[in-house]
Design a protein around this ligand. Structure first.
Ligand code: ZN
Length: 285
């Protein structure tokens, strides 16, 4: 049995059955446990992803080793994915470390360059059965004060997505459709007809980043339009801090890290559960 499921495998089924798989960012042991335990309780396939920042923080071998232990014991399919790898080298390092899926984010590069590097990543990754996610359009960060007009200019161009998918061979594609990274409130307005159009032209599983800032109703519409993987990071961070706040308020003298982080884990589990149910991937393992 393969240790990790690939994103290509998980997302193909999601596409056929009309749900989305949750992709949750992991930075430490408690976060990984919160995500996997909840996925098991909900009988949901799950994607654990590490950003370049997380890899810098914890070390690529630490992250991979922790997730391997978690996946070995898990009763649900688990994928280990690189989130926003911005160069070819980072992608190769993660493939070597045992990731089952990588992302090449060349969205800030001119299209031809994005295509060339994404193609190179696919060439290497596909030899060893690793899936690749590409990105088109630019997803701004919360706090950059982007106007609606600018946001629309940053959205993925449907014709370009068709060209990109054909020329690179990526297994899934993240698209900018009005979503914003790191939003603490849920008020992003996404362009659902654009998702539908891109889905028709590319016919591959599409990915929605920055989903912590998108209202639930829009998330459901996005899934209907062709979104098969949804990234959640900010909601977990908020739950982590909320848990620590609760325990320290209840007991300001608490110094046992297990009790403090244990409460953080409980809060994170509820945040993960809410998203898994919203995405419709519960009972799909
Ligand atoms: Zn992202």
């Amino acid at each position: 049995m393969k240790l990790f499921a690939t994103n290509a495998f998980l997302l193909q089924r999601a596409k056929e059955e009309g749900y989305a798989v949750g992709a949750f960012n992991a930075n430490n042991m408690e976060i990984i446990q919160a995500i996997i335990e909840t996925a098991e309780e909900e009988k949901a396939p799950v994607i654990l992803q590490a950003s370049q920042g997380a890899i810098q923080y914890a070390g690529v071998d630490y992250i991979a080793a922790m997730v391997k232990v978690a996946a070995e014991r898990a009763t649900v399919p688990v994928s280990l994915h690189l989130d926003h790898g911005t160069d070819f080298e980072q992608n190769v390092k993660c493939i070597r470390a045992g990731f089952s899926s990588v992302m090449f984010d060349g969205s800030k590069l001119p299209l031809p360059e994005n295509i060339t590097i994404a193609r190179k990543v696919c060439d290497v990754a596909h030899i060893v059965g690793v899936s690749v996610e590409g990105e088109l359009g630019q997803i701004p960060k919360s706090g950059e004060n982007v106007t609606r007009e600018q946001l629309e200019k940053l959205m993925a161009n449907p014709q370009e997505t068709e060209e990109f998918v054909k020329k690179t061979g990526v297994d899934s594609l993240a698209i900018a459709v009005g979503n914003v990274h790191g939003m603490k409130t849920r008020e992003a307005q996404i362009d659902v007809p654009r998702i539908k159009k891109i889905q028709k032209l590319t016919n591959i599983p599409l990915v929605l980043h920055g989903a912590s800032g998108i209202p639930d109703e829009s998330v459901k519409q996005a899934i209907k339009a062709g979104i098969c993987k949804i990234n959640i990071d900010t909601e977990i961070r908020k739950a982590f801090v909320r848990g620590i706040g609760i325990i320290l308020k209840e007991n300001p003298n608490e110094i046992d890290p297990r009790k403090i982080l244990g409460k953080a884990k409980t809060e994170m589990k509820e945040a993960v559960r809410e998203k898994i149910r919203l995405f419709g991937c519960n009972n799909k393992a």
